[in-house]
Design a protein around this ligand. Structure first.
Ligand SMILES: [Cu+2]
Length: 222
């Protein structure tokens, strides 16, 4: 082992711990037919999980759409709404989790919005009905949004017990799906796949109403 001979003892211990103690977890979220779902919300709870910092979270407006479409923040965080378009926007939500409306604004003129309660907040624009976004507010320390393959990945998990909670912004069944996970061995990579049930139409599709009982005060249902 030539590396051991040439490296300092401290360096060797650091590398050893970094490799051996961490595990990764891939969560694949699917619909009722097993198709992978992008934009799924996956949160992770467990002891000693370092919390993700969401103190500066931006939801942009680009080409008359929100970007990103789905955002997860920790409870008591604020979101900034930078407008990168030439036109002005007015961001709002009727959600019971957070009811707010910004001024009609350009650039970075809108005040940050604080989110104190846990839940899903559908967001729209008063000027452009086809602008839709979701902000999910969680008390969990870590979270991720599934990619185009429906996968949300968590890295650097220590041995221990975790709880995974999954939902999709436009799933038709109420509530979320939870699953308990145990990381038994150091360095082991885990993967799970879970269905959140039947999914409604993408609300960004023109003139197709959302019928999602998860979302009270849905701004898209006006
Ligand atoms: Cu707008």
């Amino acid at each position: 082992m030539p590396i051991l001979k040439s490296a300092s003892y401290g360096f060797i211990v650091y590398i050893f711990c970094g490799v051996s103690l961490a595990a990764s977890l891939d969560v694949t979220v699917t619909d009722a037919q097993g198709r992978p779902l992008a934009n799924s919300i996956v949160v992770l709870r467990g002891e000693n999980l370092p919390p993700i910092d969401t103190s500066i979270t931006e939801v942009n407006q680009i080409a008359n759409q929100f970007d990103p479409h789905v955002t997860i923040i920790r409870q008591h965080s604020a979101v900034i709404f930078p407008n990168l378009d030439q036109t002005r926007h007015q961001v709002y939500s009727f959600s019971s989790v957070k009811r707010f409306v910004t001024n009609l604004f350009a650039g970075r003129e809108a005040d940050p919005v604080n989110f104190e309660s846990v839940g899903i907040v559908p967001v729209g624009c008063n000027i452009h009905d086809r602008m839709h976004a979701y902000i999910y507010v969680t008390d969990a320390p870590q979270f991720a949004i599934s990619d185009i393959d429906g996968i949300a990945r968590f890295n650097d998990l220590a041995v221990g017990d975790y709880q995974v909670e999954m939902l999709h912004p436009w799933q038709l069944s109420p509530g979320s799906v939870t699953r308990d996970i145990r990381v038994r061995r150091a360095g082991r990579d885990l993967s799970i796949s879970e269905s959140v049930g039947t999914i409604g139409p993408d609300p960004r599709t023109p003139r197709r109403p959302v019928n999602n009982p998860l979302i009270r005060g849905n701004p898209f249902a006006r």
